[in-house]
Ligand binder design. Structure first.
Ligand SMILES: [Zn+2]
Length: 214
């Protein structure tokens, strides 16, 4: 190996390390996240502001740009959608990512007329930007969770981490129903794991008992 190739090798390694570091900083978890329930499924998300701040912090204000390539209102779905493109300078190389985003049209309760189509399009563009940024790792870990919380959509069966039983839809006396995904999400939040209804109740009892004896 000549001195020149050795030096080039060292630079390559340094570049690779810097790239890993940039990726780690882009993909780092957020201190604050938000949750929303859509179609009975709990979603965890970050805001557009958090996404912009992360990109500014890690890449610099001049280190990235976002533009909307196409947008429209889909009447059938009653939503605004946007196709956008994020261009980022990652450690000297230009990275381009495209994604779609959408937002439901907000309508007046009394007349059903759209309240502010500009706002709906802006929401679609923000959603689009967040999805583009997720392709660079920003908040990507949140969509991983999303897959776990959409067992029907991806055909995954949720099982109890205690006994291995398949999680079933549970109806309560008051008429509410928990989907397997909801049961899993309640279990994870309260007891740190997905539990079948029997084990969920047992864990609740055990927790109650430990609080009483404490
Ligand atoms: Zn169980």
């Amino acid at each position: 190996m000549t001195e020149a190739t050795a030096r080039r090798g060292a630079t390559d390694l340094a570049d690779k390390a810097a790239e890993r570091d940039t990726y780690a900083r882009l993909a780092a978890p957020f201190d604050t996240t938000f949750t929303d329930v859509r179609g009975g499924v709990e979603l965890t998300y970050i805001t557009g502001e958090q996404t912009v701040s992360r990109l500014n912090d890690v890449l610099g204000v001049g280190g990235w740009s976002f533009r909307v390539l196409q947008h429209d209102i889909n009447v059938e779905a009653d939503e605004a959608w946007a196709l956008g493109e994020l261009v980022a300078d990652i450690d000297g190389s230009t990275v381009v990512r495209q994604q779609f985003g959408s937002q439901k049209i907000k309508r007046s309760r009394s007349t059903g007329a759209p309240l502010d189509v500009g706002f709906d399009l802006k929401g679609a563009a923000t959603d689009c930007m967040k999805k583009c940024a997720s392709l660079l790792g920003v908040g990507l870990y949140l969509s991983r969770k999303e897959i776990v919380q959409h067992p029907r959509a991806v055909g995954v069966t949720l099982t109890c981490e205690e006994c291995g039983a398949e999680l079933k839809e549970t109806k309560f006396k008051d008429g509410t129903t928990w989907t397997p995904a909801q049961l899993a999400s309640h279990g994870r939040r309260k007891h740190g794991k997905a539990l079948c209804m029997d084990d969920y109740r047992r864990a609740n009892e055990a927790k109650k008992a430990s609080i009483l004896t404490a």
